[in-house]
Design a protein around this ligand. Structure first.
Ligand SMILES: [Zn+2]
Ligand SMILES: [Zn+2]
Length: 450
């Protein structure tokens, strides 16, 4: 029987090979690897949706295709359960704001999952900490590892103080509170909750004398849970399934505020997949940039606001976007340049605002470095789109800014408007104006690449 499936193309990160195969088949293969047959069917369904979501999020393209039968042998008892989990969730993905989420998961959380920013530096709204007792008692609930002192020294590349009888040491909570006479013999020591005299201890442990010191020779680390702890807890999902929760309930428990829906192609079409753009909102922190003459708006705030809008819109098109600052903080220009050069982006786009003694001066102006024809071309696409949206423009020009000289690739600088012009300043408090501006810039970028 001919059936329509989606065909996925993506880059295998391990060997950089491009892979193309039916999406649902890929979900099945990964499901078997990442969770396996021992899990409850509802847990497997939850994991299948997680895998599908991640594949779609990272895919290069997705298109409909007709396949006779995507499964090699669906009667194979070993994969029957996997195929069932995949087929019964066919096409379902986890969405937040109608976009596929980054569906992180781990083996066992050990009591509570983790907020994303504590692990990956990035605050992701649906990856919030939730309590989870469900993985309690699983094979990954508790783990113990013993290390000798030498092993610790080697692994951590450190040196503890050389242990010798002349170096006093205690093992806090275990053996402490050592009392000695003036010649160094132990009078008494507290071990556990009990105090022993030196003589008692010498007899009980068959020590050669009461002139002794104590040192640890090893340490035991006891850990709970396994993995980074963000998103779905796999053993927690298993237990929830056993307790009668559905795969949807499981996913909604671990991913905060998400929806599980069949995906729509438009939400995942990414014409600019693979492009990298660094956006550089000027100034920040104590460096405010220009200040508006009538309302006192600050350049550093407006360019950041625009940068964040651009980031989200460009990401929707598949661009990988980096910001040189994501909040109101001071970042040196040299740091911005260094950061950008490491990323080797297609474009580096600096955002600034203008100021002039003549308060009539207005409009958006774009600069590129000399002989940077790519940036000149991109600049004119952007300005054309801004003009189409009734935004005042001034032109694309050659500029000789410090930042241009440092950036090794294509770079442009957009002066988004004049803060010395009261009529222009007031536009920037209008959300629609900002939105329109961002939309125009993004449209220009899209047209350039197409
Ligand atoms: Zn858990
Ligand atoms: Zn500036």
């Amino acid at each position: 029987m001919m059936e329509t499936y989606y065909k996925i193309r993506y880059i295998n990160k391990e060997n950089n090979e491009e892979i193309e195969m039916p999406l649902e088949k890929m979900v099945g293969i990964l499901l078997n690897l990442e969770m396996g047959l021992n899990f409850h069917i509802e847990a497997l369904k939850a994991q299948a949706i997680v895998i599908r979501t991640n594949l779609i999020k990272s895919s290069k393209s997705l298109e409909g295709g007709n396949f006779e039968n995507i499964w090699d042998n669906r009667e194979d008892k070993n994969v029957e359960k996997i195929i069932k989990a995949v087929e019964e969730t066919k096409g379902l993905v986890i969405l937040f704001n109608d976009k596929p989420i980054e569906a992180k998961y781990h083996l066992a959380c050990g009591g509570s999952t983790e907020n994303s920013e504590n692990v990956i530096d990035n605050q992701i709204i649906y990856l919030r900490r939730v309590l989870c007792d469900y993985c309690k008692g699983s094979i990954y609930w508790k783990d113990e590892k013993n290390f000798s002192i030498e092993e610790i020294e080697n692994l951590l590349k450190i040196n503890f103080p050389k242990m010798d009888i002349d170096v006093e040491s205690e093992i806090s909570g275990f053996m402490e509170d050592i009392e000695r006479d003036e010649y160094g013999r132990v009078i008494s020591i507290k071990i556990g909750n009990k105090r022993f005299s030196g003589k008692e201890l010498m007899e009980l442990l068959d020590l050669n004398s009461t002139r002794f010191a104590i040192f640890p020779t090893g340490v035991k680390f006891v850990s709970r849970g396994k993995g980074h702890g963000i998103g779905l807890c796999q053993y927690g999902a298993e237990r929830m399934a056993q307790e009668g929760y559905s795969h949807i309930e499981i996913l909604k428990y671990y991913y905060t505020g998400v929806e599980i829906k069949e995906f729509q192609l438009p939400c995942i079409k990414r014409p600019l997949y693979g492009k990298i753009i660094v956006i550089d909102p000027g100034h920040g922190g104590e460096d405010e940039g220009h200040r508006g003459d009538s309302l006192g708006l600050l350049e550093k705030d407006l360019v950041l606001k625009l940068a964040l809008k651009l980031k989200s819109k460009l990401e929707d098109l598949g661009v990988t976007v980096y910001l040189t600052r994501e909040k109101d903080e001071k970042v040196l220009i040299t740091e911005r340049i260094e950061q950008a050069n490491k990323l080797d982006p297609d474009f580096f786009i600096s955002l600034h605002m203008d100021y002039f003694y003549n308060s009539k001066m207005k409009g958006c102006e774009i600069f590129h470095f000399r002989k940077d024809y790519n940036s000149e071309k991109l600049g004119s696409y952007i300005l054309k789109n801004l003009k189409d949206r009734q935004i005042a423009t001034r032109g694309v020009k050659e500029g000789n800014f410090y930042v241009f000289r440092g950036i090794s690739g294509n770079s442009l600088l957009i002066e988004i408007g004049y803060l010395s012009n009261p009529q222009e300043e007031i536009k920037f408090i209008d959300e629609n104006y900002m939105e329109n501006l961002a939309e125009g810039i993004v449209k220009g970028i899209l047209e350039y690449f197409q």
